[in-house]
Design a protein around this ligand. Structure first.
Ligand code: GLA
Length: 387
C-alpha cells in the first residue's frame, strides 16, 4: 500500500469522528491530502520566505510543495534597464525552494506586461525591426534560461498572448511586430524554440487567463497544435484560474481541462483564487476601467468593498461551496492535472485586494489574514477523503 494511501486511510478514520466541517477537522496539510493527485503550489514573494513574515513561511512549508514567483522572475524584475540585471531576489526564491525540496516554476519569459519597452524599442524610440525583436527575445531567453538552468523545474515560456476571440493580443511584443498573425505565429515558435535550446531538461509551458472561454480556448488549442506540428516542445498549459464565486461555469472549466489534456500536454491550474467581492459586469474583462479614481469615492465603498470588517458567515459558506465544486473537478481530473497553484498563501498576500479595484479587502484564498483556515480549506481537504 502506498505511504500516502495509508496516511489518507488513517486520516479518514480520524475524520469519521468529526461531525461538523470547519474547526473540528484535523489540520491536514493540503499537499498531503492531495499527494496522490497533483502538486499543491502557492505564489510567493521573496520577502514572504525571509524573516519579514515567519507565519507566512510556516503556512507555506506546511501546506505546499511547489512555488511560483509572484514577480521576481518577470522581465522587469530581472532586467529593468538595458544595462541592469538583478538576479539576487530571484536566486533567493529558487534557493528557498531548493532547500525545502519544493517544485519551482520560472514565471515568465515572454509577456506583454511587466516587461520594459526597451525589449522591442531602439534607443532612439523607434520600434525595432522584426529581426531585431527576434534577436532581443532570443538573447533574453538565453541569458535568463542559462542563469536558472537546474534552478527551476519549468518555465512559463509565453504568458497571455491569446485574446478573448482566439487571435493574438495587440500588446507588447505582438504590437511591436505589427500584430500580423502569421508573423506572431513565427514569433511564438521562435520563443519556444529558444526556450527548448537554452532550458534543456526544464518543462516548457504556455500560461493563460480565461482559458475556459470557448473562443479563447480554441486559440490556445491552435497555438499548442501549431507548435506540436513543427516538432517544437511544449510540455504543458497553465490555466490561470483567477475566478469568482459565480464564474466561470463549471462545464467550461471541465471542457478546458479535457481539451488541453487531449493534446497530450500537462494541465496546470496555475494561478487559482476565488474573488468574493462584487464587481461591475465589465470588470472581469476590462478590469483596468475600475482603476478610475471615482471608484475610491466614499459612495462606492459600501457596495464595492463590503467586507472590510470580516467575511460574513454566509459568504464563508459560498466560498467553501465554490472551492468544493472546483476541487471536485480537479480531483476527478487528477490524472490530467499535474499541479494546482494558488496565487498567494493567505488572503493578506493576494493581488485581489488591489485588483481590479485598488484598496479593498478580499478573501480569495484558503487561509485568512491571521493564517487560520477558511471553511473552504476543510471542503478542499475533505474531497480526497471521500467526505
Ligand atoms: C497574471 C500573471 C501573474 C500575476 C497575476 C496577478 O495572471 O500571470 O504573474 O501578475 O496576473 O497578480
Amino acid at each position: 500500500m502506498k505511504k500516502t494511501t495509508l496516511f489518507l486511510l488513517s486520516l479518514a478514520v480520524l475524520l469519521a469522528g468529526c461531525s461538523e466541517r470547519g474547526g473540528t477537522l484535523p489540520d491536514v496539510p493540503l499537499k498531503d491530502a492531495y499527494a496522490d493527485c497533483f502538486l499543491m503550489g502557492a505564489a510567493i514573494s521573496t520577502f514572504q520566505v525571509g524573516d519579514r513574515s515567519p507565519e507566512t513561511r510556516e503556512l507555506l512549508l506546511k501546506h505546499f510543495n511547489a512555488i511560483s514567483p509572484d514577480n521576481e522572475l518577470k522581465p522587469e524584475s530581472l532586467h529593468p534597464r538595458p544595462d541592469v540585471w538583478n538576479f539576487q531576489r530571484a536566486d533567493a526564491f529558487c534557493q528557498f525552494g531548493k532547500e525545502n525540496g519544493m517544485w519551482i516554476l520560472g514565471h515568465t519569459l515572454c509577456w506583454h506586461n511587466q516587461t520594459p519597452a526597451f525589449f522591442w524599442t531602439r534607443p532612439d524610440g523607434q520600434t525595432m525591426s522584426k529581426d531585431e525583436i527576434f534577436e532581443s527575445v532570443r538573447s533574453y531567453v538565453e541569458t535568463v534560461c542559462t542563469h536558472f538552468l537546474g534552478k527551476v523545474d519549468a518555465w512559463d515560456v509565453i504568458n497571455e498572448i491569446v485574446s478573448e476571440d482566439g487571435g493574438y493580443r495587440d500588446l507588447g511584443w505582438v504590437h511591436a511586430l505589427g500584430a500580423d498573425p502569421a508573423v506572431v505565429d513565427e514569433f511564438v515558435k521562435h520563443v519556444f524554440r529558444c526556450a527548448e535550446k537554452y532550458a534543456p531538461g526544464t518543462e516548457l509551458y504556455y500560461n493563460e487567463f480565461n482559458c475556459w472561454r470557448p473562443s479563447k480556448l480554441a486559440g490556445i488549442v491552435r497555438l499548442v497544435k501549431m507548435l506540436q506540428a513543427d516538432g517544437i516542445r511544449i510540455d504543458g498549459v497553465g490555466i490561470q484560474a483567477h475566478w469568482g464565486l459565480g464564474y466561470p461555469k463549471n462545464e467550461y472549466v471541465v471542457d478546458a481541462i479535457e481539451q488541453l489534456a487531449a493534446l497530450g500536454v500537462k494541465v496546470n491550474i496555475s494561478e487559482l483564487d476565488v474573488d468574493v467581492l462584487p464587481i461591475s459586469k465589465d470588470a472581469q474583462v476590462i478590469g483596468r476601467s475600475l482603476r478610475d479614481p471615482q471608484y475610491q469615492l466614499e459612495e462606492f465603498e459600501a457596495f464595492l468593498d463590503p467586507y472590510k470588517e470580516g467575511l460574513p458567515e454566509e459568504v464563508e459558506d459560498q466560498l467553501a461551496a465554490r472551492y468544493e465544486e472546483l476541487f471536485r473537478i480537479f480531483y476527478e481530473h487528477r490524472d490530467q492535472i499535474s499541479r494546482v497553484t494558488f496565487w498567494g498563501t493567505h488572503d493578506g498576500t493576494s493581488w485581489k485586494n488591489g485588483s481590479p479595484i485598488p484598496n479593498r479587502t478580499n478573501y480569495p484564498l484558503l487561509f485568512k489574514r491571521d493564517f487560520t483556515p477558511h471553511k473552504a480549506y476543510y471542503s478542499v481537504i475533505g474531497i480526497p477523503l471521500g467526505k
